[in-house]
Design a protein around this ligand. Structure first.
Ligand code: PEP
Length: 256
C-alpha cells in the first residue's frame, strides 16, 4: 500500500508568535506548493493563529502539541479539542516530554486521542521506550503496551484516522538517532503489527507511522528508505528553515 509520507515539525516551547510567523513564512515560500508529502507545523498554542495565517492557501497543515480530553470546564491553563478545531488539523498526543514532565499516562493519552478524533483532528500519537527500557531490551513490550493503551476502545474507523510517531526517548534531542533498520523493525513488529492485531492488516497497512528522534538532513534518507517508515516527527531541526526544508525535500525525493 502506498502511504503519503507525513513530516511534522514539533517546535516545542520555542519562538514568540512573531518569530514563529517568520519561520512559517519562509517554509510556506519553499514548501507550500509541494504535493505528495504532507507537511505539518506544530507551534505553541499562542502561535497557531500567526502560523496559520502564514500557511493559509498553501498545502502546509497546522498542528497543536497537546490538548485536554474534556471539551470545556474548570481546567485552568488547558486547551480543548473543540477550541482547536477551527485553528488546526492535527495534534501531537503523548509526546515523551508530556509523559515525563506532565504525568501523562497511556490512559490520558487514550482519552486525548478520542477527544481529538471527536473534533475531527488527526492525532499524532507518540510512543517510544525510555533509555533504561532500551538497555533492558524491553522496547517491544513497552511500545506494544503503549499502543494498546492509546487505542483502547477505538473503533476501526477512528484508528484509521490516526498517525503514530515512534520516538525512542533516548534518541530525542540527543543527537543519537536510531538506525533506520532498528526503527523499522520496532515499527513493523510492534506498531504496525499491533494495529494489525487490533484491526486487521488492511487497516494497519494504511496508517502512517513516523520515526522521531534526532532526525536531520543527513540521516532522513536512511529512515525513508525503510518500508514501514512513512515520515518523521522532527524537533530541533524543524526550528531552522534550511534544515527542515532539506528534510522535507529528501522525503519528497525518497517517496516520489
Ligand atoms: C521530538 O521532540 O519529537 C523530537 C524528535 O526531537 P528531536 O528531533 O530534537 O530529537
Amino acid at each position: 500500500m502506498k502511504r503519503t509520507p507525513v513530516i511534522a515539525g514539533n517546535w516545542k516551547m520555542n519562538k514568540t508568535p512573531a518569530e514563529a510567523a517568520d519561520l512559517a513564512v519562509a517554509l510556506a515560500r519553499s514548501l507550500g506548493g509541494l504535493t505528495g508529502v504532507e507537511v505539518v507545523l506544530c507551534p505553541p498554542f499562542v502561535s497557531l493563529p500567526a502560523v496559520g495565517a502564514a500557511v493559509k492557501s498553501t498545502r502546509i497543515a497546522l498542528g497543536a502539541q497537546n490538548i485536554h480530553w474534556e471539551k470545556s470546564g474548570a481546567f485552568t491553563g488547558e486547551v480543548s479539542a473543540p477550541m482547536l478545531a477551527g485553528l488546526c488539523s492535527h495534534v501531537i498526543i503523548g509526546h515523551s516530554e508530556r509523559r515525563q514532565y506532565f504525568g501523562e499516562t497511556d490512559a490520558s493519552v487514550n482519552k486525548k486521542v478520542k477527544a481529538a478524533l471527536a473534533s475531527g483532528l488527526t492525532p499524532i500519537i507518540c510512543v517510544g521506550e525510555l533509555p533504561a527500557e532500551y538497555e533492558a531490551e524491553q522496547t517491544g513490550v513497552v511500545v506494544s503496551w503503549q499502543m494498546r493503551g492509546a487505542y483502547a476502545d477505538l473503533a476501526a474507523e477512528e484508528a484509521a484516522r490516526t498517525v503514530v510517531a515512534y520516538e525512542p526517548v533516548w534518541a530525542i534531542g540527543t543527537g543519537k538517532a536510531a538506525t533506520g533498520a532498528g526503527a523499522n523493525a520496532v515499527i513493523g513488529l510492534h506498531i504496525r503489527g499491533m494495529l494489525a492485531d487490533l484491526y486487521g492488516s488492511a487497516l494497519a497497512d494504511g496508517v502512517r507511522i513516523q520515526y522521531g528522534g534526532s532526525v536531520t538532513p543527513a540521516n532522513i534518507a536512511e529512515f525513508m528508505s525503510q518500508p514501514d517508515i512513512d515520515g518523521a516527527l522532527v524537533g530541533g531541526a524543524s526550528l531552522k528553515a534550511p534544515d527542515f526544508e532539506a528534510i522535507v525535500q529528501a522525503v519528497f525525493k525518497a517517496k516520489s
